[in-house]
Design a protein around this ligand. Structure first.
Ligand SMILES: Cc1cc2nc3c(=O)[nH]c(=O)nc-3n(C[C@H](O)[C@H](O)[C@H](O)COP(=O)(O)OP(=O)(O)OC[C@H]3O[C@@H](n4cnc5c(N)ncnc54)[C@H](O)[C@@H]3O)c2cc1C
Length: 628
């Protein structure tokens, strides 16, 4: 008989999240297995975007993904917010601050942290970028320094405030310097400075920079950065950090209050206390199955693990793709162990590298083939991030990612600010009301008198309906628009009604493909009569929704579709085509700016969120047994 098995995953970073999601899916029908995901935070942090918070591009919440939400549909996963400090291997139990968690299989993915290699003063006076708190602290400090610098009369002291030094030219350093540089004009404007008053300097101990990149890509990045005012000093070691200056290896001092240390990472210091054999940078040594060599029930993945594949002792790269590759080995091998199958070996799957230099420019090397820079590199970076949300099955956070990176932005991104949602949508409110009124006015004529669409008189002059009722040829049965056009003097393409002319219909006759589709939905007169009434009612509803700002996004979208259908049906004139564009324009949230959506949309979000994700529990609650 199969006994109940506990799989415990510690660390909901890139590796742990991926592993848990896969295990949860693969084991969803296996009621003999429970998965417990423990992280010290109630959210997953998208570490690769920390520089965006530190550089004030996005708010911290934009890169925090709530674990309860991510696993609300997975009844076989318990999400626990707790900090693990020990592993009792004898009793197979994970010890954390607020409880202990027995395991049959353990996956450890507690990540890495910045490594200052013991450089004096970094801890006390420097800044790092290892987690959300670091990023927020750095962001606030940068703003503070520019504010103080702008008031300082002493030129040397002022320069110390306005000098920002990034040590290290890896992923983190390059992206941080790029982000800070894109923030510079805004900071300068805010505190009445010239952008050049704020100086950004990157310092690199080695004679060359950006070693994770192909040399040509690195050269492009250097060219871009220097052109945009970032100074890059190579062969420059930082050996000491003080409150308002740093010591360089050549004996000189460099004035600054802000040293951002990105020159190295080591395994999370928690790893030192777990009793496993450690290699370079404190990383826990694993075998080719991503397991602790003498304990096949414990897997270690991601930045904290070291698999010495090539015998150099360096281990696999500490990047997202490395964490995912190890996560894949772990979940496959746990399933193999559960099913008494052969284990698989770790296989690093590295599809390329991408580095952003600010929100609108970057370099990328993909699939060992394509070198990209600028717009396409950033687009690829965003797409790769989006793929991650697909991999962890989260449409919700995919949507939020797109909104945060492309729409809710504070400064131009790869789309040059064209998608910015922070424009004042209030100005489209009059357009929304006018559009709604147009629908209502249109319907006013459709609900009364002899031309009413609510009588049994057919108003939809589609050829097959007319043929069926009167036997007339389809030629004779063209649209109302073209009937009128035929009666009066020449039809005129125009955006207004020109006196003495007939307005030109967008299509004189319904195109054949449209006829084929429409025939499926409106095959005969009985359905046509019902359809014309339903259409009129829908138009009235659309009009009211737009006037009142209720469900504006949907009403705007449907308006655009309706007008487009009328045009294709030979029932609409060029002069009315503006309605399509107006309808698209009012989908920008104009109902929330001034309309019922101000109350309705938040209510809907709350209600749907509750239905899909359940009630969010406080963090102190530590198991999911009440998951509905
Ligand atoms: C600023 C920055 C930029 C980067 N840019 C890139 C990039 O562009 N491309 C790239 O491939 N990589 C990049 N990286 C590296 C990448 O983020 C890491 O390789 C990746 O996050 C490693 O994933 P992981 O699962 O091992 O650990 P992490 O993602 O670090 O997750 C570790 C998790 O463990 C949790 N944890 C830690 N200790 C405990 C404990 N004791 N108890 C419970 N939970 C614990 C943490 O809260 C965290 O959620 C960047 C890193 C940084 C910092």
């Amino acid at each position: 008989m199969l006994t109940h098995k506990n799989i415990v995953v510690v660390g909901a970073g890139f590796g742990g999240m991926y592993t848990t999601k896969r295990l949860a899916k693969k084991l969803k029908k296996n009621h003999d297995v429970t998965i417990t995901l423990i992280d010290k935070n109630p959210f997953m942090t998208m570490e690769t975007s920390l520089h965006e918070v530190a550089g004030n591009r996005v708010e911290p919440e934009a890169i925090e993904y709530d674990l309860q939400r991510l696993f609300s549909r997975r009844k076989n996963v318990n999400v626990v917010t707790d900090e693990v400090f020990q592993i009792d291997r004898e009793n197979k139990c994970v010890m954390a601050r607020h409880g202990s968690y027995p395991y049959d299989y353990l996956v450890l993915g507690i990540g890495a942290e910045p490594n200052d290699f013991g450089t004096p003063g970094v801890k006390e006076h420097g800044f790092v970028l290892g987690n959300i708190e670091d990023a927020v602290r750095l962001r606030d400090h940068i703003d503070d320094m520019v504010r103080l610098g702008a008031r300082e009369r002493d030129p040397e002291k002022r320069q110390a405030y306005l000098n920002f030094v990034v040590v290290g030219t890896g992923f983190t350093g390059t992206e941080m310097a790029g982000e800070l540089n894109s923030w510079r004009p805004e900071l300068a404007q805010k505190y009445h400075l010239e952008p050049d008053d704020i100086k950004i300097t990157m310092m690199e101990m080695a004679p060359t920079v950006m070693h994770m990149l192909d040399p040509n890509d690195a050269a492009k990045a250097v060219k871009y950065m220097t052109k945009h005012g970032i100074e890059i000093k190579t062969s420059t070691g930082v050996v000491g950090v003080h409150e308002d200056y740093i010591d360089l290896k050549n004996g000189s001092k460099f004035l600054t209050h802000t040293l951002i240390w990105t020159a190295g990472v080591k395994a999370s210091s928690q790893a030192d206390k777990l009793g496993f054999e450690q290699g370079r940078g404190g990383r826990i040594i694993v075998n080719e199955y991503s397991q602790i060599p003498d304990d096949p029930h414990i897997y270690v993945i991601g930045d904290v693990a070291l698999y010495d594949e090539d015998g150099t002792g360096r281990g696999q790269p500490q990047v997202v793709q490395g964490a995912e590759s190890a996560g894949k080995t772990a979940w496959k091998n746990i399933l193999a162990q559960l099913n008494n199958q052969e284990p698989v070996k770790f296989k690093g799957n590295y599809q390329g590298f991408m580095v952003s230099v600010g929100p609108a420019w970057g370099v990328a090397y993909l699939l060992n083939t394509f070198h990209l820079s600028g717009f396409f590199a950033i687009l690829m970076k965003d797409l790769v991030d989006m793929i991650y949300f697909i991999e962890i099955y989260s449409g919700y956070y995919l949507f939020h990612y797109i909104m945060n990176e492309w729409f809710r932005i504070k400064r131009p991104t790869l789309w040059r600010g064209n998608l910015n949602r922070y424009g004042n949508v209030l100005w489209t409110v009059p357009l929304r009301i006018f559009l709604g009124m147009m629908w209502l006015v249109d319907c006013w004529y459709k609900v009364q008198g002899s031309g009413s669409w609510f009588t049994n008189k057919l108003q939809l002059h589609f050829p097959w309906l007319v043929e069926a009722t009167s036997g007339a040829s389809s030629k004779a049965a063209t649209s109302g628009a073209s009937d009128k056009a035929a009666q009066s003097a020449p039809a005129l393409f125009s955006l207004n009604y020109d006196y003495g002319h007939s307005p030109m219909a967008v299509f004189d006759q319904m195109p054949q493909w449209m006829q084929n589709i429409t025939k499926i939905f409106i095959p005969n007169k009985v359905i046509a009569l019902a359809a014309q009434k339903a259409m009129t009612v829908t138009e009235i509803i659309l009009g009211l929704c737009l006037v009142l700002g209720f469900c504006t996004f949907v009403a705007g979208g449907l308006s655009a579709v309706f007008v487009a259908i009328f045009c294709l049906s030979g029932m609409n004139y060029w002069v009315n085509v503006w309605m399509v564009f107006a309808a698209i324009a009012v989908m920008n949230g104009s109902g929330r700016a001034f309309g019922l959506d101000m109350w309705f949309v938040p209510w809907l979000e709350r209600t749907l969120g509750k239905a899909r994700y359940g009630v969010m529990r406080p963090i102190y609650y530590s198991n999911n047994s009440d998951k509905k």
